[in-house]
Design a protein around this ligand. Structure first.
Ligand SMILES: C[S@@+](CC[C@H](N)C(=O)[O-])C[C@H]1O[C@@H](n2cnc3c(N)ncnc32)[C@H](O)[C@@H]1O
Length: 281
């Protein structure tokens, strides 16, 4: 299994490349799904932005617990921690873990950060919910890895706990035109970044793996230019593969599907994400 290096060693540039996301809105959607599909009580849905919510001592034992996997800079984990949930962020990149822990510390958030592999980890507690955002499961390149991952997650959820997975939409590969763009420009905090991700890369029809070429050129307000370039092997997962992998793993069942964070249906014409909600049996 190849190791992901490069862009994930540059958390700030990585964050710039996906600054188009509305993380608070996505966190609100996650909390609403936790309430709708989970059977683990109200601890996950309270929304206490601001004040002292989420400060190290603020998330009490009654607060719901969330595990973010392949969390990278842990934007969603930090957002949920700021709302008073007890949150752990797991990633295998030391740079990403260091960045997430530093930002959480600066914000006074009680975020736990764990450096580990999402296919095989062991934490001493069970969570009310787990999340994996932004197609990060594309880094699992084989069915064996996906099944091992789902088994490990199931073992870390309480009965009735939820696992929310965001993947790219299958229409990106099967539809007449891709649902997403592979080239974009983004401005954030005065920095202007030109991003290319997967442009012109073809998918291996046998392995469903693409060696995605990415580059980012960021121009800061003071004229500094920062660049990163990388090749990131990514596996494209279909809906039927994900449901089959879930059955093979055991302990989890499909509870709901969505095509966007506004609860668009997965098969709607404007669906552009594949969001699966699995429930621990
Ligand atoms: C596309 S980034 C996404 C980060 C974050 N989920 C987000 O939404 O911004 C993918 C992350 O997956 C991590 N990753 C890749 N393979 C992993 C593995 N086997 N175990 C844990 N983390 C992994 C990388 O280090 C990187 O931080």
């Amino acid at each position: 299994m190849s190791h992901v290096t490069g862009i994930y060693d540059e958390p700030e540039l990585y964050l710039l490349s996906c600054a188009y996301r509305d993380v608070p809105a996505e966190a609100t959607a996650l909390q609403s799904w936790f309430g709708e599909h989970g059977s683990i009580g109200r601890g996950l849905v309270k929304h206490e932005r601001g004040a002292d919510a989420g400060k190290s001592a603020g998330a009490g034992p009654e607060a719901g617990s969330v595990l973010e996997l392949a969390a990278g800079p842990a934007e969603h984990a930090r957002e949920l921690a700021s709302r008073g949930l007890r949150v752990t962020a797991l990633d295998r990149s030391p740079a990403m873990c260091g960045y997430a822990a530093a930002r959480a510390r600066e914000a006074g958030l009680g975020l736990e950060v764990v450096e580990a592999d999402m296919r095989d980890f062991s934490l001493p507690r069970r969570f009310d919910a787990a999340i994996t955002m932004l197609n990060s499961l594309c880094h699992l390149l084989t069915l064996d890895d996906m099944v091992a991952h789902l088994r490990t997650v199931a073992a870390h959820l309480v009965p009735g706990g939820l696992y929310v997975i965001e993947l790219s939409h299958p229409a990106d590969h099967f539809g007449p035109t891709s649902k997403t763009t592979s080239e974009w420009v983004i401005e954030s905090g005065g920095t202007r970044a030109e991003v290319r991700w997967g442009e012109g890369d073809s998918i291996d029809p046998l392995t469903q793996i693409t060696d995605e070429h990415m580059s980012i050129i960021a121009r800061d307000p003071d004229g500094t230019v920062r660049t990163a370039a990388d090749v990131v092997p990514s596996r494209f997962w279909t809906f039927t593969e994900m449901t089959a992998a879930t059955r093979l793993a055991g302990g989890l069942s499909l509870a709901a599907t969505y095509g966007d964070f506004d609860s668009t249906a997965l098969d709607a014409p404007d669906a552009w994400r594949m969001i699966l909600i699995l429930r621990r049996d």
